[in-house]
Design a protein around this ligand. Structure first.
Ligand SMILES: NC(=O)c1ccc[n+]([C@@H]2O[C@H](COP(=O)([O-])OP(=O)(O)OC[C@H]3O[C@@H](n4cnc5c(N)ncnc54)[C@H](OP(=O)(O)O)[C@@H]3O)[C@@H](O)[C@H]2O)c1
Length: 172
């Protein structure tokens, strides 16, 4: 399903309790982490679920957007925003669009795309807010932490992960 050599990068911010969202919104406001998200994603193609699209409400400048929905009639209402109706179609479409494929959430899309991800750029937010959306667990057998920037002043760590092993395949 995934183009060999194509980077599929999960980018997420999650709390110490793995929470990423509450009532359709991100349960903290950290401008420095928004700036980090922008730096990591500029020039690339974002894949997001329809609920995350709704919470953002517009295409993010400098990035190409693909929205995943099961609805055949749904339209984003913005020109240049792509729509896909299955994960395989979405990954194939992203592979034809600029830069890396950035998996931008939320929980449903992170969970579905995790088996195909090659990299993760995660913000560990040192809060445990109430929420209804979480970041999926991933195996330390399959993933290696390659870089960590601790920012106690911001109450977070930025962490880069690389896949070392694809479970269920021999393509380690
Ligand atoms: N902290 C972070 O880094 C971060 C990042 C992103 C999002 N979030 C948070 O995450 C929450 C949203 O997550 P969520 O899991 O509820 O929603 P989501 O993953 O953003 O979107 C779910 C929707 O995507 C579509 N979808 C999902 N899987 C699909 C598939 N295999 N094929 C076709 N369509 C598919 C469906 O849309 P239809 O219903 O239209 O069919 C589904 O209802 C929000 O609170 C948001 O703020 C946090």
């Amino acid at each position: 399903m995934q183009d060999e050599g194509r980077r599929v990068v999960m980018v997420a911010a999650y709390g110490d309790n793995r929470v990423i969202g509450a009532d359709g919104e991100i349960p903290w406001r950290i401008p420095e982490d928004f700036a980090h998200f922008k730096e990591v994603t500029l020039g690339h193609t974002l894949l997001m679920g329809r609920a995350t699209w709704d919470s953002i409400g517009r295409p993010l400048p400098g990035r190409t957007t693909v929205v995943l929905t099961r609805s055949e009639s749904w339209s984003p209402g913005f020109e240049g925003v792509h729509v896909a109706h299955s994960l395989p179609d979405a990954l194939a479409l992203c592979a034809s669009l600029p830069g890396d494929t950035i998996v931008a959430g939320g929980t449903q899309v992170y969970s579905a795309a995790m088996p195909f991800a090659t990299h993760q750029v995660l913000t560990e937010v040192h809060l445990s807010p109430a929420g209804d959306a979480v970041y999926p667990e991933f195996s330390l057998v399959e993933w290696r932490e390659v870089r960590r920037v601790a920012r106690p002043d911001l109450g977070l760590d930025w962490v880069w992960w690389e896949r070392v092993y694809f479970a269920g395949s021999d393509r380690a």
